[in-house]
Design a protein around this ligand. Structure first.
Ligand code: TEU
Ligand code: CA
Length: 543
């Protein structure tokens, strides 16, 4: 099977508001990203997943779009977007845009028209009912807040699975499909390399059955979209990268999305390894690394036969992995590297979230006023209503808040970490003087250089891309696995704990491929039982 470019590449996610400001208004922008393309080329990534930069009232920081074919002025212009696509292309980097079409903003012209009257031609671009049903929204507070808001002028309720400023589009209406295909082609014609698709598992929802994800027509809609926009039929030879955000996906469902012969998507973001680490399965109870559970989940997903995996620890909705699963204190560098080695040598396409390659950590929030995110604010309201003591609310939100991922990128030790010459829209993490790109680039054994090496390993070795996966028995907190390709085997072993762990191996070690500790006598440890240092990780070719 000819491998696609996105099977050999690593994708870098940029949250544009927080990456690099170029005009001193404290908000990241497209010209800022352009100024940092050389850095990304040095890291070695093959594509940028750009979180939304379209026109938006920014109720959900751009995941509420009011014009899909224009750029939010705080980020720049369509011309800036075209310049960025061209500049990235010169560096062999594709731009993957964020497609948010489960819902639009309530300020989109379609919704402004739709709410004018029941017989308006845009009315059934959205979902209206005379009475609400039990569907709930994650962003309206009073958990479970209703997903319905009454529109006074018509007396009907409209559906919004997210905030009331994010009305759900009606995918039962073929005109909505056409509008979406047209906006996708607008950007594809400008040279974007594909799309990340926001909560795409929801577009087949069946309202009256209160069925939200994996509705009966979901895959029909995706096959129709593929054929009309990015797929082989519409653009022969164009290898789009399309990745669906699907919190509900199981491996079986993931194969429906990503089996090549189905002509749907390249892959999906599944979240089982994230949710499995939530204490009592509840996000706001906090994260608890459970290595045996992590091994079980990854091993299950690595057995995907016909489809293709994404691999990620972080995105703009998740706390920083070195704080959530690693040790951002005594073993910050080692644990950041260990988590990278573990993830990047699995089978699938790895995604790096801005700053993850620096070992950036969660932010030390102390007060609700420091949070920007609508989800954090509504979660605080819900916890308060549930009777949680005020003093406990910030500590509960702090450890998992999406704001942890959205504090400004830490470039250097100058003011505001080099992110802006103005007042940053969200405070810079006070640890920026120690943790920043400049320091990482200077140190040969930095987190950055570990990521750079892993990206290079993937580019140079088919076994990383195509090798079979086999989980090995090991100590509970040691994640050890084999990759097998063309009668060669490779051992990846990671100690995911603060303690020394024993690793029994009867393998004969060959060439060391990557190691996050400088252990001189490594060769002597092969073929025996040896101790692994806290958070030690290595990959070795086997003889
Ligand atoms: O996120 C989908 C989503 O459900 C997340 O908000 C998730 O539920 C939550 O973060 C887990 O605690 C997508 C986007 O990634 C997110 O930024 C948007 O807020 C959301 O959709 C609405 O567009
Ligand atoms: Ca700016």
């Amino acid at each position: 099977m000819k491998t696609k470019w996105w099977q050999k590449s690593v994708i870098y996610q940029i949250y544009p508001r927080s990456f690099q400001d170029s005009n001193g208004d404290g908000v990241g922008d497209l010209q800022g990203i352009i100024s940092r393309l050389d850095y990304l080329q040095e890291l070695g990534i093959g594509a940028i997943w750009l979180s939304p930069v379209y026109k938006s009232p920014m109720d959900d920081n751009g995941y509420d779009i009011s014009d899909y074919c224009d750029i939010a002025p705080e980020f720049g212009t369509v011309a800036d977007m075209e310049e960025m696509i061209a500049e990235a292309k010169k560096r062999d980097i594709r731009i993957v845009m964020d497609l948010v079409v489960n819902h639009s903003s309530d300020e989109h012209a379609w919704f402004v028209e739709a709410r004018k009257s029941k017989d308006n031609p845009y009315r059934d671009y959205y979902i209206w009912r005379d009475e609400p049903n039990n569907l709930i929204s994650g962003f309206t507070g009073n958990w479970p807040g209703s997903a319905w808001t009454k529109d006074e002028s018509s007396g009907q309720y409209y559906l919004h699975l997210f905030s009331k400023k994010q009305p759900d589009l009606n995918w039962d209406n073929p005109k909505v499909h056409k509008e979406v295909h047209d906006l996708m082609n607008f950007w594809l014609d400008k040279g974007v390399g594909g799309f990340r698709m926001d909560v795409i598992d929801m577009i087949g929802k069946v309202i009256d059955d209160e069925l939200i994800t994996n509705g009966p027509k979901l895959h029909d809609y995706l096959q129709e979209m593929n054929a009309a926009t990015f797929g082989e039929k519409a653009r022969p030879g164009f290898e789009a990268l399309t990745v669906g955000e699907t919190w509900s996906a199981t491996p079986e469902i993931a194969e429906l999305y990503s089996s090549p012969e189905r002509n749907e998507l390249s892959m999906v973001f599944q979240f089982e390894h994230i949710v499995a680490m939530w204490k009592e399965g509840q996000k706001y109870k906090g994260n608890q690394l459970n290595v045996p559970k992590l091994k079980e989940v990854f091993a299950k997903w690595q057995q995907l036969e016909k489809g293709w995996n994404s691999l990620f620890w972080n995105n703009h909705d998740l706390p920083r992995v070195v704080s959530a699963f690693g040790n951002d204190n005594k073993y910050r560098v080692q644990s950041a590297k260990a988590l990278a080695i573990l993830l990047h040598l699995l089978k699938g396409t790895p995604y790096i979230y801005e700053g993850e390659e620096l070992g950036m950590t969660n932010f030390p929030f102390t007060d609700m006023s420091q949070f920007n995110d609508i989800e954090a604010r509504t979660a605080a309201e819900d916890l308060r209503k549930a009777g949680v003591a005020e003093a406990e609310i910030v500590p509960m939100i702090r450890q998992v808040s999406r704001d942890n991922a959205r504090t400004p990128m830490q470039w250097d030790s100058s003011d505001n970490a080099g992110f802006t010459t103005g007042k940053p829209w969200l405070a810079v993490n006070p640890n920026y003087k120690e943790i920043n790109a400049a320091v990482n680039l200077q140190e040969n054994d930095s987190v950055f250089h570990t990521y750079q090496k892993l990206i290079q390993l993937r580019k140079e070795n088919d076994w990383v891309v195509l090798g079979d996966f086999e989980l090995l028995n090991s100590a509970p907190n040691v994640f050890a696995y084999l990759r097998k390709f063309e009668n060669k085997q490779y051992l990846i072993t990671v100690n995911l704990s603060d303690d020394e762990q024993e690793f029994k191996s009867d393998f004969e070690f060959g060439k060391l491929l990557i190691h996050n500790y400088e252990t001189e006598n490594f060769a002597e440890t092969s073929g025996s039982t040896f101790k692994m240092q806290p958070w030690e990780a290595f990959a070795v070719e086997l003889l």
